[in-house]
Design a protein around this ligand. Sequence first.
Ligand SMILES: Cc1cc2nc3c(=O)[nH]c(=O)nc-3n(C[C@H](O)[C@H](O)[C@H](O)COP(=O)(O)OP(=O)(O)OC[C@H]3O[C@@H](n4cnc5c(N)ncnc54)[C@H](O)[C@@H]3O)c2cc1C
Length: 306
Amino acid sequence: MRTILLWMAGNRWLKEHLPRLWFARRAVRRFMPGEQMEDALEAAEQFRPLGVALLFTHLGENLERAEQAQAVADHYHDLLDKIMARGLDGEISVKPTQLGLDLDADATLAHLRSLASHAAQAKGSLWLDMEGSAYTQATLDLYHALKADHPAVGICLQAYLKRTPADVDELLPLHPQIRLVKGAYNEAAEIAFRRKEEVDAAFASLSEAMLPHVGDGTLRLGLGTHDIRLVERIAAAGEAVGVAKDAFEVQMLYGIRMDEQRRLAAAGYRVRDLIAYGDAWYAWYMRRLAERPANLWFAMRQMIGF
Ligand SMILES: Cc1cc2nc3c(=O)[nH]c(=O)nc-3n(C[C@H](O)[C@H](O)[C@H](O)COP(=O)(O)OP(=O)(O)OC[C@H]3O[C@@H](n4cnc5c(N)ncnc54)[C@H](O)[C@@H]3O)c2cc1C
């Protein structure tokens, strides 16, 4: 099922036609407060009294024309102004291909530099999402180039990729900001763990290896997962080496385990909720369905009106 859903995520015909269907738009609302920037900013307000910080993503990936990247960058600049105007503890996370990485890597880097400067003015970081493995090295290269003159930039790394321990070792001397996730794409067994137990074990061992660097202040770590048992296991490992549970962040997606987001924040964890919005939600939504096939039943119930 996961493989089929991830294949559907990359299918151009479905990408064009499915989002036009009203029932699909209704189902996606579970994970997305709306398609407009204002919908995301309004939804963010509910997190303020809970002490939960925000991460915003305007959905989109794999541009077809280089000029589109400017409009994407302008949108994020506008978003940063609005985050500042509202006084939100909010950061932004972007996909390199949404800023034209397939078409012009130098122009993508220029957009990222300008967004990183603006994010620093807003007292936050600019995060790079990690896409499929075809983009891993290029995204790391962008990160190295950015980090040279912008300290407050973060990168997402995927625990399922077998190369990730080596990537972490290479990043640590830069005093990086790393969001560790399990990984959302369909990758070959030669380069990625495919069994859940293996991916979970890789996530735990990578996190545990990074904890001492969190402890000495040279790494900002975000655990991008809804796997509470894993978070609690990593927190216990941290405690054993003198790293408090509020020394790292737990980052979760809007609409998923909201009860746990509230509970963790109340229990003294630092929690950040990622709110995604926009009309280019098709591939992103299919990846959310693939993560938990039970979501398919939820989607189907929405479609037929129950
Ligand atoms: C803040 C954040 C940023 C991310 N950024 C990236 C990125 O840049 N690149 C990338 O490849 N991946 C990214 N991901 C996705 C990630 O790789 C996983 O696919 C996703 O988080 C599901 O795995 P999990 O760690 O939550 O654990 P799982 O073991 O899959 O799930 C643990 C539990 O969480 C709940 N859960 C998990 N997913 C869902 C869902 N879709 N719907 C409902 N319940 C669910 C279920 O209760 C499940 O039992 C991101 C995830 C988060 C939270």
